[in-house]
Design a binder for this molecule. Structure first.
Ligand SMILES: Cc1cc2nc3c(=O)[nH]c(=O)nc-3n(C[C@H](O)[C@H](O)[C@H](O)COP(=O)(O)OP(=O)(O)OC[C@H]3O[C@@H](n4cnc5c(N)ncnc54)[C@H](O)[C@@H]3O)c2cc1C
Length: 228
């Protein structure tokens, strides 16, 4: 279907939230992605982007995009004229992750731009009546790149069974308590029978999964979503 880009707003120095108006409801569930097609220098390019908005609205969706290399599609979303260009989208695509997450104790881990999928999944999981405990851990470079910080903090106010930790690899504040990688902050977490979702680059998601497995607990289920 052909989507109209209603807005493209900076949410960090390197990330933008792109609002797409769709001609019809997409019927996606959280965790889904769409393929976006765009003509770049005469070539029809395709890139996958995850949906970062809540499923309660189906005909307006957001994608959260990290500025990529020059000449790629992602970088195009910083063009001033981007809202004038119609884009073709195909979807929803993906593994229906949110339906598959079955545990009553859930861990959601997001690296970098992968945090945007956690933003989409979280409201869906919080609406589940049988959810006992949900822990969100997100990894960003620094305070400016901590995507959707206010959104996650707001969820804490209304959901006492939600825990949140934001880990910064290179914080501006030298006293920031959670420095390094997500793997450095999993000690003491009980993963027994838990559902674990990890989103980010392949190397990051796999090394976190390995670190969790090394904790020696019998995890209920793992879901890994790699962006590369
Ligand atoms: C399931 C999934 C979900 C994703 N969700 C997001 C998201 O929410 N936000 C986000 O910012 N990124 C997301 N990505 C990554 C995104 O699709 C792009 O790869 C990334 O943004 C870089 O895009 P670029 O235009 O800058 O690519 P470039 O810098 O041009 O290239 C980046 C990589 O893509 C490869 N590539 C180039 N052309 C193609 C092509 N036609 N088809 C396939 N690969 C090609 C290149 O070889 C290179 O390895 C997701 C990827 C996947 C697989």
């Amino acid at each position: 279907m052909t989507a109209h880009i209603a807005a493209a707003n900076d949410i960090s120095p390197t990330a933008r939230e792109v609002v797409l108006d769709l001609p019809e409801p997409l019927n996606f569930i959280p965790g889904a992605f769409v393929n976006v097609f765009m003509e770049i220098e005469g070539v029809r390019a395709r890139r996958a982007y995850s949906i970062s908005s809540d499923e309660t609205i189906q005909d307006v969706i957001t994608l959260t995009i990290r500025k990529g290399s020059l000449g790629g599609m992602s970088e195009r979303f910083w063009d001033e004229s981007i809202t004038a260009i119609p884009v073709e989208i195909m979807g929803p695509l993906g593994l229906n992750t949110s339906d598959k997450i079955s545990g009553t104790r859930v861990f959601l881990f997001g690296f970098g731009i992968g945090v945007s999928v956690i933003k989409g999944l979280l409201p869906h999981l919080l609406r589940r009546k049988n959810l006992k405990e949900i822990t969100v851990m997100i990894a960003s470079r620094n305070e400016e790149e901590a995507l959707y910080k206010e959104f996650f903090e707001e969820q804490l106010i209304h959901n006492p069974h939600l825990k949140l930790k934001m880990v910064l690899s290179q914080p501006f504040d030298p006293k920031y308590p959670y420095k390094g990688h997500l793997q450095d902050h999993i000690n003491g977490l009980d993963f027994t029978d838990a559902s674990i979702y990890i989103c980010g680059s392949k190397v990051a998601t796999e090394s976190l999964r390995d670190a969790i497995e090394n904790e020696g607990k019998k995890v209920g289920e793992f879901f890994l979503e790699a962006f590369d």
